[in-house]
Write a protein that binds this ligand. Sequence first.
Ligand code: ZN
Length: 445
Amino acid sequence: MQKKSSLFWISLISAVAVVAGGLFWFFSTAGEWQKPEIRLSKDLRSLGQQGVLTLELRDNRGLSAASVRITQGSLTLPIASVRFDDKPLRQRTVNVPIDPFALKLREGSAVLTVSASDRSLWNNTTVVTRPVTIELSPPQIFPNNPVNIFFPGGAGVVTYRLSKPVAQTGVQVDQAYFPAHPVLIAGQASYVCYFAIPMDAQERLVDMRITARDAAGNNAASAIPRTMKSRKFRSDKMAVSDAFLQQKMPEFQSAIPALRGKTAIEVFRYVNGALRLENEQTIRDLCRKTQPRALWEGPFLRMKNASPMALFGDRRTWEYQGQVVGQSLHLGEDLASLNNSAIEAANNGVVVFTGPLGIYGNAVLIDHGLGLFSLYGHLSAIDARVGQAVQRGDVIGRSGTTGLAGGDHLHFSILVGGQFVDPREWWDPHWIEDDVMKKLQAGSL
Ligand SMILES: [Zn+2]
């Protein structure tokens, strides 16, 4: 009797376990009831001439199909429908191009509807709707400056107005993009952009245009009229002496462990090559974040009683024992006066970097607002801290020989939008007045 009863219970428990296991298996596979997850591109509020909707789809069981349609007024139009037969089934990213012109949609509001189904027996389906604005006309650009005089290697400034608010605007110079900043000119909402003119701008046709893109992705461009002046840059050969190597290379070897055990000339090749490029990139990266208004005023200060030792754009070929051991392009002006001379902030701004910076030695970088920066290198002492607001003429350090410097001097650079430009323009009161300030004044409209 007892044996029979325990057998009964064992059978019952086993049967229940089998059924539960079966149900569990069924509801976690073919009979799964969880709906697919749909995510739409976050920034898609408006659709322009060429919109792209990005769908991120996810499902535990596997996706079977998805479709997109758009409704405007009483009209509903299919845009895309896909079946998923290949892998991966559980997660898909689908880009759906939407062409409102081809669909004959009007400017104004519309609703996007996205649905996705899975492979479960119940064909679980999720439907998501998203209101969008159809915007077909690109922004219009109204440049303020019909006459622009530029120098190769120098800076350019343009101001302009736009017909409507935009998502992005700036100046494109070949592959380089310079963001513009909003300003008021004669009480009108306008934009100003500082950008760099390529050093070889006189020898070829440079693509230089104001661009604007609205939230719907409609693009506009306006070529910048210009007169390109000529500017010659220097090329010279520089001999690397043993005395210079012995004096300077240990500093780099102690800062960079990988250079220990290398010969002095191997260290020089690295410092003048890879390290120089790395330092330039660090400076460009530091210039990405800038104050949204002009902090500077009037011409920049040039180091007092200083002689120019090397100019912006000097191309140097370095030789050691008759062999070429490197090339370099000088991206600032070297100014020499007495040893340990006071170094002054060239204009008002905010200090964004202080400290050792490879070939530039102890350096200070100042943000003057709207993408304009000044750099001071080879300092023997730094008397400024990051975040400090400085006025033109404030002492920020002392000249020295830190970094790749043979004798005591200041390396001074100016950058616009992360690109090095010829600093001489910014010292010149006539250039500042004619090529910058006039463009920001009411009369320019
Ligand atoms: Zn220099």
